[in-house]
Design a protein around this ligand. Structure first.
Ligand code: HEM
Length: 516
C-alpha cells in the first residue's frame, strides 16, 4: 500500500499496488487523466516501488533542474542492462560510466561543433527535399533515412543515402527490437517484480531476444567504429565526432565498450526522435492547411521565389518559429520525457519522496492542461505569438523554458542543438518548396487526416499514413534540384566509406530528375 507522506494517488491493492491499473500502452493519456483527478504531483505504487508523476512544470523544475544532483539517476532497466550491460548512456544509472560518456558527448555536441556540421545537415536536407520530388509517397521512411543519415554523418563521417541499404536496415532492425523489448508492459513488470529475472532462459523468450539483440548491436556498431578507425589510418579524416573522440579517448577515459556504445547511443537517440518529429510534422500540417498557408506566406515574404531558405532567415519568421513550438507542444516527441530516479530522500510541497523513486515528467499533461493553455487540443501556432510560453495571458509561466521538451537537469538532451538545427532547416525548406495535403479518394476528394493515430512506446511515432507532398511551383522544384546537385562536394566527403553498391546507387541518383 501507499506509505504515509507520499503524494496521493489512485487506491492500491495488496502486493500489486497500482500495477493492475498501470496502462500497457500510451501511458501519457491515463497519467494525464489521473493528474486531473489527483493533482500535479501524485504517486503510483508498483509492488513496493514508488513512481511520482509530475504534471506540473514548476515541480519538475524544482526537483529535476534545481536538485539535479540527487534526481539524475534512471530507474532500473533490466532489459537494457542485459543488452548493453549498462553502457547505453540514455538509460544508464547516474554513475561513473554515465559521467564519462556524458562528458564525451558534451565535448562533441557543443553549439559551436554543431554549427561546424551545418554543411552536411543542409546537404542532407536538400537530399530530403530532392527525394520528395522523386518519390513523395515515401516521405514516412524518408524522414527516417534523413534523420539517420545526419547523425551517422556527424558521428561516423558516413552517410546513409538509401533507406534499404543493408547497414541502414540492420540499424533500424536493432532500433525496432530494442523498442519492442522496452515496451512498458514487459519491462515494467521485470523491473518492479525482480523475481522475474530469475526465470531461466529456456522459458524466458525475452532473455534470448536480449542476447540476440546484443550480438546484432555489437556487430553493427563495432563495424562502424572500425570503419572510422580505418579511415583515420588512411589519413581520410572528415571531421566526424567519432574522430574527435578517438583523438581524445585517453584524456576522456573511454574504454572500448564505451566508444562502441557511445556511438550506438547517439545514433539511436538521434535517429528515432528526429524522424518521429518530421513524421508528426507531415501529419499535423496535412491536417491543418490554414496554419500551413500562413507559414508559407511568411516564408515567401522573407525568402522569395528565387532562392532556398537559409538558417538566418528564421530570425525574420515569427510565425514559423511559433509553428515549431506549437508542434512540440501539440505532439511532444517524448510525452513522458525519459523517467529519472531519486538517489536521496526528498521533501517537496509537504510530501516525502523516498530514494529510488521513479520521477516521471508528464510533458503531455503539462502541455495539454486547459488551466494553462487555451483550448489545448487545438493546433494553434498563434498562441506562441500572444505569449512567449504559449500559455494563457496571466498564467505564471516562469517554469516554461522553451526547451522543456528536451528534458531536465543533468540528463537534459545533449542533442538538442543538432535536433533544433535539423528542424529549423527542414521546416523552412519543406514549407517553401511543397504543399502538404491530405490523401484523396478515387474521386479526388480529400480524405480526413487523423492526427491522433499514434503507435505505442516512450517516443510514439504516428501510425504509417498517407499524404500528398506536391511542389508548390515548377520553378521551386528546379531550384531544389539545382541546389541538391550543387552539394556534390559536401556529400562526397561523407561517401568515401560507402560500399560499391551504395556508390553505384548514389551515382545513378545524383542526376537531374529529367534524366531518371
Ligand atoms: C526532436 C528531437 C529530440 C527530442 C525531442 C529529444 C528529447 C529528449 C529527451 C526528452 C530526453 C530525456 C531528458 C531527461 O532525461 O530529462 C533526451 C535524452 C537524450 N537525447 Fe534527445 N531528443 C532529440 C534529439 C536527439 C538527438 C539528435 C540526439 C543525438 C545527437 C539526442 C541524444 C540524446 C541522448 C544521448 C540522451 C540521453 C541523455 C542522458 O541520459 O544523459 N537526442 N532527449
Amino acid at each position: 500500500s501507499r506509505e504515509k507522506g507520499l503524494p496521493p494517488g489512485p487506491p492500491t491493492i495488496p502486493l500489486l499496488g497500482n500495477a493492475h491499473i498501470f496502462p500497457a500502452s500510451a501511458p501519457h493519456f491515463k497519467f494525464t487523466e489521473w493528474a486531473r483527478q489527483w493533482g500535479g504531483i501524485y504517486s503510483l505504487k508498483l509492488g513496493s516501488s514508488t513512481v511520482v508523476v509530475l504534471t506540473d512544470a514548476a515541480a519538475a523544475r524544482d526537483l529535476l533542474d534545481k536538485q539535479s544532483e540527487t534526481t539524475s539517476d534512471r530507474p532500473d532497466f533490466y532489459i537494457a542492462e542485459l543488452v548493453t550491460q549498462g553502457k547505453h548512456m540514455t538509460v544508464s544509472h547516474y554513475n561513473s560510466t554515465w559521467k564519462t560518456m556524458r562528458k564525451a558527448v558534451t565535448t562533441i555536441l557543443t553549439q559551436k561543433a554543431v554549427a561546424e556540421q551545418l554543411p552536411i545537415q543542409q546537404a542532407e536536407a536538400l537530399h530530403l527535399a530532392y527525394n520528395l520530388l522523386r518519390s513523395p509517397q515515401d516521405f514516412y521512411t524518408e524522414a527516417k533515412r534523413f534523420s539517420h543519415s545526419v547523425i551517422l554523418s556527424v558521428m561516423y563521417g558516413k552517410r546513409a543515402p538509401r533507406y534499404d541499404a543493408p547497414q541502414t536496415v540492420q540499424f533500424f532492425d536493432c532500433l525496432r527490437d530494442m523498442n519492442a523489448l522496452a515496451e512498458p508492459g514487459a519491462s515494467v513488470l521485470i523491473d518492479f517484480f525482480p523475481i522475474l529475472k530469475l526465470v531461466p532462459e529456456r522459458w524466458a523468450k525475452w532473455k534470448r531476444q536480449c542476447l540476440q539483440l546484443r550480438t546484432m548491436q555489437r556487430a553493427l556498431y563495432g563495424a562502424l567504429l572500425g570503419e572510422t578507425e580505418d579511415r583515420l589510418r588512411r589519413g581520410e579524416a572528415n571531421g566526424s565526432y567519432m574522430e574527435v573522440l578517438l583523438g581524445r579517448e585517453k584524456e576522456l577515459n573511454m574504454d572500448e565498450d564505451m566508444k562502441l556504445y557511445l556511438g550506438a547511443t547517439m545514433l539511436e537517440a538521434g535517429s528515432d526522435t528526429t524522424s518521429i518529429w518530421f513524421q508528426t510534422f507531415f501529419l499535423v500540417l496535412a491536417a491543418h492547411p490554414e496554419a500551413q498557408k500562413k507559414a508559407q506566406a511568411e516564408i515567401d515574404r522573407v525568402v522569395g521565389e528565387d532562392r532556398m531558405p537559409v538558417p538566418s532567415d528564421l530570425e525574420n519568421m515569427p510565425y514559423v518559429r511559433a509553428l515549431i513550438l506549437e508542434l512540440h507542444r501539440y505532439r511532444p516527441n517524448n510525452p513522458l520525457s525519459i523517467p529519472h530516479a531519486t538517489e536521496a530522500p526528498r521533501e517537496y510541497n509537504g510530501y516525502f519522496i523516498p530514494p529510488k523513486t521513479m520521477l516521471i515528467v508528464n510533458l503531455w499533461g503539462i502541455f495539454h492542461d486547459p488551466e494553462l493553455f487555451e483550448d489545448p487540443e487545438k493546433f494553434e501556432p498563434e498562441r506562441y505569438l500572444r505569449t512567449e510560453s504559449g500559455t494563457k495571458p496571466g498564467v505564471d509561466a516562469s517554469a516554461f523554458r522553451h526547451n522543456l521538451i528536451f528534458g531536465h537537469g543533468r540528463r537534459i538532451c545533449p542533442g538538442s542543438h543538432l535536433a533544433e538545427s535539423s528542424i529549423n532547416i527542414n521546416v523552412m525548406n519543406l514549407l517553401w518548396g511543397f504543399n502538404i495535403k491530405p490523401d484523396t479518394d478515387a474521386a479526388g476528394h480529400p480524405l480526413p487526416v487523423d492526427d491522433h493515430d499514434y503507435l505505442g512506446g516512450l517516443a510514439p511515432a504516428p501510425a504509417p499514413f498517407k499524404c500528398k507532398i506536391v511542389p508548390r511551383t515548377i520553378a521551386k522544384a528546379k531550384i531544389i534540384e539545382r541546389e541538391y546537385l550543387a552539394a556534390d562536394e559536401t556529400f562526397a566527403k561523407f561517401e568515401v566509406g560507402l560500399s560499391p553498391e551504395e556508390k553505384e546507387f548514389v551515382a545513378k541518383t545524383r542526376v537531374p530528375l529529367s534524366d531518371l
